[in-house]
Structure formats: structure tokens, C-alpha cells
Design a binder for this molecule. Structure first.
Ligand code: AGP
Length: 603
């Protein structure tokens, strides 16, 4: 989703901005732009619809300066056009501003303060920059005008603004949307995501909601909106630029699928000791032991990992679990149990739908844990506890290794909690052995790429619809498998409880309709076999993915041995590869599918 970069005090401003925007491409966007000022009265604004490469072509050699801001836009208010692309500017061309988020009261502000202003875009963002200008025209200096506008603006935002009358500083503010300060050697930067600026620095400073930052070449002044100064130490981001390169791969997605065996090993090494002990915060376990119900809150793929986790926690830690979509739960919260404990699952740690629930949970003083791939992310900072997914940077929009890492970390925590509670089954569930099996099992599947590519061609060429079906653990898995196929191949796919199909949706099965059936769930296996016969009888073209234990002659993909509870860690991999090859065959942009964003920072 929208990405922001900015730099002050470096004579390579334009290169740094464009390089940073390239690194933010993975977040998803439909237009991009930069504003550069040479601090001697000359400035440049370049905006383009489409890829960053198009913007780079439009930037001429004379676009040079010592301060600049840049933006990738994922359209919310107004279609993707040059006019709607950021940076936006005030009618008198004094203020230039980029924004990530959604302003909820922009119409009201426009009517109240800006009735006479001529707008050049359809965006909510332009209201913000015109509002600053409005207060400047009333006599406030740039900073006071910025603060006054912020005091009136409602909604989510990360703002970076340059005032042509004071080009020695960037005005920055944040509420709900992510933004970081990076400390360079003799210069400073801003970015939505540290990855955008790793070529410049590894030292970053967090900005919290409601804070304003005045960023200069040699200083970072953080304050609250009322002006109270804030002191905050920098932290080091322990990532290497090579961690975010594609290496020899054509696509990040395939690289990330292939990385999954190593992710399993890393999780095992980090959390599980050879002597059987675990590196899990004892305070977290004490808090969870008190819980009479766990509420797992997440979105998209992370929600699907939560559905798998529900079964694991209930069986191994003997605690009831609800799995909730953040976008629904926050606004339609059911009656909570007496001692709830919240688990936020989020690869990015920035998902606005999940975050608004965490804000409410904190207001109610309830304990929470964030499982995330991004330490220091908003959800990680704001929850009571954090566990890292340790999957390494996930760049492809379609989540793969974060999903399997989430299930693995859930299993680790469930066993630790089960053992702490003295639950018998937790003693038998050897998570270390299971993660080793998972690593080997994933490797077996990724080594079968050629077969899976051929099956994808056999089953999905020229198809517009497909079904994944399964029962129990395989139903949760089918939802994720179908989402993968939809988001990158654009084939309409549904994940379905195998037994539910006959209650209506079976009407859609006709000659050659692809149905991919999972048979890993012991209790449901024989019934799913029955459902396979039902769809076959109506002409479906059925591909079966079955565990060794329940496989039958003719099944196309066999899942190596693993405890059923965490079997989706392996059995999702064929679905990831099927989605990848279907997308490739259609000539789609595998890593950056249309309309999608990696980090969904608006509600
Ligand atoms: C998955 O492939 C998607 N990109 C999407 O569903 C994602 O899982 C969802 O937006 C949640 O993101 P998070 O894990 O970063 O919170």
C-alpha cells in the first residue's frame, strides 16, 4: 500500500528517492512521484501513472536537489491518474506533501475551510496540503500551520511535507500509518519501511502516533502535537540488502517458497533447545495460562494460519480458541470471555484492520501477543508480548513462507503452553521433531516442481474457475490454497468444506471443472473420498493431494509424513506452486498482482 520516502542533506537526493521507491514497489501501487528542491529556489515535481521505471524515465538529469520526498500511491480516493498521484501541492505551490492513509473528515474540512480553493485532484490528501496553506495564509509559519492542520485532521496518516519557504527541513507526522526516520552519515531519511533505506542506513528511529518530527540534515526533533519534546533512541535493523534481493530467481515468490525448509529450521533453532527446553517468555506463558479463551485476530493469509492454529491450541494447550477477522471483529465485537487473551497474527505487523482491534484491546487493558515477521512493527510495539516469525523479508505480495512460519510458531507456543499447563498430549507432541519433518517434507514437494508445473497446465489451462475442497484441517487449508490461486492467477477459486458442496455449490460443477481435493484429515478422509466421487460423477476434473497415510492409487500429489495438526505446513506448498505456475502461464505479474498491496495500512 502507499509508500513514502524522503531525504534531506544528501546531494544524491533523486537517486535515493527513486531507489527507495523501487524497494517499496512490493507493497503495491498504481502511480508514483517525487518532489525535489535544491534549497536555492529551484524545485521539481515529477509524477507518473504505472511502474517506477516509467517515473525514472520521466526524471531528467537536471532533477537534483538537497531535499526531496517521494511516494507510491495505491488508489483509495480517485482513480490512478497523474493528478491524483502524490506529491500533492497547495494552490500557490508553496507546500508539497505525500500521504499514506485515509482521512475520514476531508469533505468536512474542505467545506469549512477551503470553499474558495481550486483543487487539482480528487484525493483526500490534497485537502491536507491546502489546509496547511490556508493556515499559513492566515499568518502562521510553516510548522504552526502544519500543527494546526494536524489538530483538525481525522483518520490515518503518515505525512511528509516540504515548505518551499523553509526547504532546510521536512515536516513529518504520523497517526496509525507506518513511518520511520533513518539516520544517515550527515543526512537523514524517512521511509514507510526500513527496507527502502537499507542502502543508506541501518539506524532507525520510531515515530509514534500523534507525534510531529522536524527533520533536518543534522537533527531529528520529535515532539507531541502540543509541542512537548520527545526523546527516543535509535535502533539497528539487522537486515542485509542481500536479504531482499531475488538472487538467481525470476520471482520473489518462488524464492520465498523455496526458503520454507530453512525457515522451519530457523524457528526450531531459535525457540527449541536440544535438551527439550524452550525459549519462550515465561511471563507470556503465565499470562496465557490465566486465559479461558484465546482470540486470534488476523486478515487474509494470516487469518487462514489462525484457523490452522485454532485446532493446534485447542488440542495441545487445551484452551478454546476463536479466530476473528480484524475488519469484522473490531466493529462487531462479541461478548468476550471472562479472561480473554489476544493473539495478533500479522506478517507485516502493520495491517490496519488488525491494529484497530489491538487499540481497543489495549483500551480494555487486556493482554495480547503479536506474532509477526517484522520486529519493531506497530503491532509488535503495541502488544504486550511479541514472537517473531523469523521467515526473513517476504517481498512477494502473495504470502507463502510467512503462512507456514505462522503455523510453526503457533505450534511451538501451543506446546510450550500445553506443557506449562501439564496437558498430557503436549508431552507427546514433539514439536522439534515435527518441524524437522516439515522442513524435509517441504523440500520433497519443492523438488517436484516439474510435476506440479505439468499438473497446473493439465488442470488449469484456459480455466476460469476452480475449487479446493477438504474437511477439518484440510478445510482451513483449502481457504488459503484458493486465496493463493485467486490473488496471482486471477482464476476465480473457492475453498470449500468438502461436505458442504452438495448443499448448493455443487450446482457449479460441470464437465472439466477443476476440483483440487485435500485428503490429510484422518477423521474426514473417507468422507472426502465420497465427496470426490460426487463431483467426479458431475464431470469434475479432480486432482488429489493426500497424505501418505490416506493416499490411494491414482492420487497425484503425496504429502510426506507429518503430524496431521500441522500438516498444512507441507500440504499448502503444492497450492503455492500451482498458483505460481498458473500465474506465470497467464503472463501475470507474479510478485505484484493487480489491485493488491503487501502491507494493507488502511481499513
Ligand atoms: C496474502 O497472500 C495476502 N497478501 C494478504 O491476505 C495478507 O495475508 C493480509 O493482508 C494480512 O497481512 P499481514 O499478515 O501483514 O497482517
Amino acid at each position: 500500500m502507499c509508500g513514502i520516502v524522503g531525504v534531506i542533506g544528501n546531494n544524491k537526493t533523486t537517486d535515493i528517492l527513486l531507489n527507495g521507491l523501487e524497494k517499496l514497489e512490493y507493497r503495491g501501487y498504481d502511480s508514483a512521484g517525487i518532489y525535489v528542491n535544491n534549497q536555492k529556489g529551484k524545485d521539481f515535481l515529477v509524477k507518473e501513472v504505472g511502474k517506477i521505471s516509467k517515473l525514472e524515465n520521466a526524471v531528467t538529469d537536471d532533477v537534483q536537489g538537497l531535499v526531496g520526498i517521494g511516494h507510491t500511491r495505491w488508489a483509495t480516493h480517485g482513480t490512478p491518474t497523474v493528478e491524483n498521484a502524490h506529491p500533492h501541492f497547495s494552490a500557490d505551490n508553496r507546500f508539497y506533501l505525500v500521504h499514506n492513509g485515509v482521512l475520514t473528515n476531508f469533505e468536512e474540512l474542505k467545506t469549512k475551510y477551503l470553499a474558495d480553493v481550486k483543487f487539482s485532484s480528487q484525493t483526500d490528501t490534497e485537502v491536507a496540503v491546502q489546509l496547511v496553506d490556508h493556515f499559513a495564509k492566515e499568518g502562521l509559519d510553516g510548522e504552526a500551520a502544519f500543527r494546526k492542520a494536524l489538530s483538525l485532521i481525522e483518520g490515518s496518516y503518515a505525512f511528509a511535507m516540504v515548505d518551499k519557504e523553509q526547504p532546510d527541513r521536512i515536516f513529518v507526522a504520523k497517526n496509525k500509518s507506518p513511518l520511520l526516520i533513518g539516520l544517515g552519515d550527515g543526512f537523514n531519511v524517512i521511509c514507510s519501511d526500513a527496507m527502502a533505506m537499507l542502502d543508506q542506513t541501518h539506524q532507525f528511529v520510531e515515530i509514534h502516533d500523534g507525534e510531529v518530527v522536524i527533520l533536518k540534515k543534522g537533527s531529528v526533533e520529535i515532539s507531541k502535537l502540543d509541542g512537548t519534546a520527545v526523546q527516543r533512541d535509535p535502533y539497528t535493523v539487522d537486515l542485509d540488502a542481500s536479504d531482499i534481493s531475488k538472487g538467481t530467481y525470476e520471482h520473489y515468490m518462488l524464492k520465498e517458497i523455496d526458503e520454507q525448509p530453512n525457515v522451519m529450521r530457523k524457528i526450531s533453532q531459535n525457540y527449541l533447545n536440544d535438551d527439550g527446553t524452550m525459549n519462550i517468555d515465561s511471563k507470556l506463558l503465565d499470562e496465557m495460562k490465566k486465559a479461558d479463551r484465546l482470540y486470534i485476530v488476523a486478515a487474509g493469509t494470516s487469518y487462514h494460519a489462525g484457523l490452522v492454529g485454532q485446532n493446534i491450541f485447542e488440542k495441545i494447550a487445551d484452551v478454546p480458541v476463536d479466530v476473528e477477522l480484524g475488519s469484522e471483529f473490531g466493529y462487531h465485537m462479541p461478548k468476550l470471555s471472562k479472561h480473554p487473551f489476544f493473539i495478533f497474527l500479522s506478517q507485516s505487523g502493520e495491517t490496519a484492520d488488525s491494529r484497530q482491534v489491538l487499540v481497543k484491546v489495549n483500551e480494555m487493558n487486556l493482554p495480547s501477543l503479536t506474532m509477526t515477521n517484522v520486529p519493531n512493527s506497530t503491532l509488535s510495539r503495541e502488544a504486550t508480548f511479541t514472537m517473531e516469525l523469523l521467515a526473513g523479508p517476504e517481498i512477494a505480495v502473495a504470502s507463502t513462507k510467512a503462512y507456514t512460519a505462522q503455523i510453526a510458531v503457533e505450534a511451538v507456543l501451543a506446546q510450550a503452553l500445553g506443557q506449562a499447563k501439564g496437558i498430557a498430549i503436549a508431552k507427546d507432541f514433539d514439536v522439534k521433531k515435527q518441524l524437522a519433518l516439515a522442513a524435509n517434507g517441504i523440500q520433497t514437494i519443492v523438488d517436484e516442481k516439474a510435476t506440479i508445473k505439468q499438473l497446473t497446465a493439465d488442470f488449469l489451462t484456459d480455466q476460469t474457475d476452480a475449487f479446493y475442497i477438504g474437511r477439518g484441517i484440510d478445510y482451513a487449508l483449502s481457504l488459503e490454497a484458493a486465496l493463493k490461486l485467486k490473488e496471482i492467477s486471477y482464476i476465480h477459486a473457492e475453498g470449500f468444506a468438502a461436505g458442504e458442496l452438495k448443499h448448493g455449490t455443487i450446482a457449479l460443477i460441470e464437465n472439466n471443472t477443476p476440483v483440487i481435493a485435500y485428503v490429510n484429515d484422518g477423521v474426514g478422509a473417507s468422507h472426502t473420498r465420497g465427496n470426490i466421487q460426487e463431483v467426479k460423477a458431475r464431470g469434475a476434473h479432480v486432482l488429489v493431494i493426500a497424505s501418505q497415510k490416506y493416499a490411494e492409487a491414482g492420487d497425484q500429489i503425496i504429502i510426506p509424513e507429518i503430524d496431521e495438526l500441522i500438516s498444512p505446513i507441507i500440504s499448502v506448498v503444492p497450492a503455492q506452486l500451482i498458483a505460481y505456475y498458473a500465474s506465470l502461464a497467464r503472463g501475470n505479474d507474479v510478485d505484484k498482482p493487480r489491485n493488491l498491496a503487501k502491507s494493507v495500512t488502511v481499513e
